[in-house]
Design a protein around this ligand. Structure first.
Ligand code: BEZ
Ligand code: FE
Length: 293
C-alpha cells in the first residue's frame, strides 16, 4: 500500500467513491470530497480547530426542532440559500422574482377570508396589502393561494413567540379577477435568531445580523410556477445589507402611511395604518418549457 499525501491522497479517496451505483449521488459526493479536501488543504486546520468545527455543526443540529431550523439559517447567512434559489428559480423577465424562504415557514397556516385579518390582535401598526395575481400576459389568476408569514410589529415570528395558536400567518385565495386583500400588521426589521451557534458566530464579526422589514409569500396556482418571495419595506435601513442577501429591487415596495379612516377592506380604522399595493406575476409552466427550447 503506497504512502499517499496531498493531491495523491485526494485522488485515491475519490477513486473509492467511484463505486456508487447512483450516478447523481456519485457526482455530488465526489464533488463534495474534492472541494472539502481543497478547503482543508487551504485552511490547514489544527486538530483542535477541526474538532471545533465539528462541535459547531453538532451545536447547529442540537438547536433544531420542529419549529427551529438552525441549518437553514446557516445556509442563509452564507448566501447558499440564495445561490440554490438562483439556480432553480430563475424566472423570465416580468415574472415576480423569488427569494429565500428562510427558517420560519410553518405549513398548514389557517385559511383567512379575503380582506380578513391574519394578525388577530398581534402588536403592530395595521397594514393592508392589496393587488392582483396575474400571468405574464396580464391574465388574472383567480383561486391562487397566497400563503403568508411574517413577524409581528415587535419583530417576532411564531417560532419565537411559541404560541399555542398560529401567529402571524395565514392562507388567502384570490378572487376570480385575481385580486386579493390582506389585513395584517406591519412587520419591522429584525435580527436573525442570535441565541444559537449562528448568532454566537455573528457576535464574533462586525457584520450586520439584521433583515429589513418584509412579509413572506408563497404563491401557487395550477399551471403556474410557484413563487416563494417577500415584499420588503422601501426605506428600511437594512435594505442594502440584508444578512441573508435576499433583497431584489422588484420586491421593494412603498408602505404608504394613511390617516385613520376607511381601509382597503372597507373597515373603519381609528389609528393610522399602512397601505401596500402589489401585483404578483406568475410564469406559466408551458412558457418555462418553451423558453428552455
Ligand atoms: C426570514 O426572513 O424569516 C429569515 C430568513 C433567513 C434567515 C433568518 C430569517
Ligand atoms: Fe422573515
Amino acid at each position: 500500500m503506497a504512502l499517499e499525501t496531498g493531491a495523491e491522497f485526494t485522488k485515491s479517496v475519490l477513486k473509492r467513491w467511484e463505486d456508487i451505483p447512483d450516478p447523481r449521488l456519485r457526482e455530488v459526493m465526489q464533488s463534495a470530497i474534492k472541494h472539502l479536501h481543497a478547503f482543508v488543504s487551504d485552511v490547514k486546520p489544527t486538530g483542535a480547530e477541526w474538532f471545533k468545527a465539528i462541535q459547531f455543526l453538532t451545536a447547529i443540529g442540537h438547536k433544531c426542532d420542529d419549529k427551529r431550523q438552525e441549518f437553514i439559517l446557516a445556509s442563509d447567512v452564507m448566501g447558499v440559500s440564495m445561490l440554490v434559489d438562483d439556480i432553480n428559480n430563475r424566472r423570465v423577465a416580468g415574472a415576480t422574482p423569488s427569494t429565500v424562504e428562510g427558517p420560519f415557514h410553518i405549513p398548514n397556516a389557517p385559511e383567512v377570508a379575503d380582506g380578513g385579518d391574519m394578525a388577530k390582535g398581534a402588536p403592530g401598526i395595521p397594514c393592508f396589502v392589496t393587488g392582483k395575481v396575474r400571468g405574464l400576459s396580464g391574465e388574472p389568476v383567480g383561486g391562487a393561494v397566497l400563503d403568508l408569514w411574517q413577524t409581528d410589529g415587535e419583530g417576532l415570528y411564531e417560532e419565537q413567540r411559541r404560541t399555542a395558536e398560529p401567529w402571524m400567518r395565514g392562507v388567502y385565495r384570490t378572487r376570480p379577477d385575481g385580486s386579493y386583500t390582506i389585513r395584517t400588521v406591519a412587520p419591522i426589521s429584525y435580527t436573525i435568531p442570535m441565541d444559537g451557534p449562528i448568532g454566537e458566530f455573528f457576535s464574533r464579526t462586525t457584520m450586520s445580523h439584521m433583515r429589513p422589514a418584509h412579509i413572506h409569500f408563497a404563491i401557487s396556482a395550477p399551471g403556474y410556477h410557484e413563487v416563494i418571495t417577500h415584499l420588503f419595506q422601501k426605506g428600511d435601513e437594512y435594505i442594502d445589507n440584508d444578512v441573508v442577501y435576499g433583497v431584489k429591487a422588484p420586491l421593494v415596495v412603498e408602505f404608504v402611511k394613511r390617516p385613520p379612516g376607511k381601509a382597503p377592506n372597507g373597515e373603519m380604522v381609528d389609528t393610522p395604518f399602512y397601505e401596500v399595493k402589489y401585483d404578483f406575476v406568475l410564469e406559466q409552466k408551458q412558457a418555462a418549457l418553451a423558453a428552455a427550447e
